[in-house]
Design a protein around this ligand. Structure first.
Ligand SMILES: C[N+](C)(C)CCCC[C@H](N)C(=O)O
Length: 264
């Protein structure tokens, strides 16, 4: 199994994340609060995404990433490979994403002398507390919603990227850096726009254990959120998600393509 794609995915995910983190944390006090934990986890998750995507395409079309510009795969194959990558990365992402959501929602002002300490002291303490209270399954709270969010939308991600690259590049040629940046940026936006409704539900389910707000399941969470807050609830965060998605994914794709190219 070719491994360059995993390594390139690892590095490019980390680079994209550095750009995106301030957007992720914009509602909070410190822009770069808790940067090292997402760097390590997103690098791993992005490596699974790009590695599985590329190897799934290899299995479907018998072409390696070197041959793919000359023999472009069909959009159906790109979509299936993207969904496969999305499905598998969701399981790797689930525990990290849960911890991220729990820590980012911990927005109480800094402890005054004498006030109770924050519930979670950091990512490791957060993971250990969830594990102790709920066992290993607790770390996968919201994983089902995350999988539903990511499987089709990462198919859309790679199809958008490929489509925009092919539209602006002569047949058989390598897309220019500017094309890769723009196509990667719009791929991120297309993916996040379609992922936002389930992103809202996912975060609610991940927070459910803490807020004494239990949902009977994904559907119950959707229905009760829509009933209480109207359909607009499914678009919460759409603007910030899209604003974040462009630079993050432009840099992710540009570094991914450059790394693979420079390794021959
Ligand atoms: C599927 N979903 C839209 C959730 C993510 C797609 C893009 C992945 C990228 N690491 C990023 O964080 O933007």
């Amino acid at each position: 199994m070719p491994v360059e794609e995993f390594v390139a995915g690892w590095i490019s995910g980390a680079l994209g994340l550095v750009l995106g983190h301030p957007f992720d944390t914009v509602k909070l006090l410190g822009f770069f609060k808790g940067m090292s934990f997402p760097i390590a986890s997103i690098a791993l998750v992005n490596s699974v995404l790009f590695g599985v995507y590329s190897n799934a395409l290899l299995a479907l079309t018998a072409t390696s990433h070197r041959q793919r510009r000359a023999q472009p795969p069909s959009y159906t194959h790109v979509f299936i490979a993207g969904c496969t990558g999305g499905f598998l990365q969701a399981y790797c992402l689930a525990p990290f994403d849960l911890i991220k959501v729990r820590l980012q929602n911990q927005t109480e002002p800094r402890a005054q002398p004498g006030s109770p300490p924050p519930r979670y002291r950091g990512p490791v303490h957060c993971a250990a507390s969830i594990f102790q209270a709920e066992g290993p399954r607790g770390l996968f709270r919201g994983a089902w919603a995350l999988t539903l969010r990511d499987t089709p939308t990462l198919g859309i991600y790679f199809v958008t990227y490929e489509w925009l690259c092919r539209k602006s590049t002569p047949d058989g040629q390598k897309p220019s850096s500017a094309t890769v940046l723009v196509a990667g940026g719009f791929a991120g936006i297309a993916s996040w726009v379609t992922a936002t409704p389930l992103d809202v539900i996912k975060a609610r389910m991940q927070m459910a254990g803490l807020k004494q707000r239990a949902y009977r399941g994904l559907l119950d969470c959707m229905v009760s959120s829509a009933r209480q807050e109207g359909l607009g609830v499914f678009f919460r965060g759409l603007t910030i998600n899209s604003a974040r998605a462009f630079p993050v994914n432009a840099v992710t794709f540009l570094s991914y393509e450059h790394l693979l190219h420079s390794w021959g």
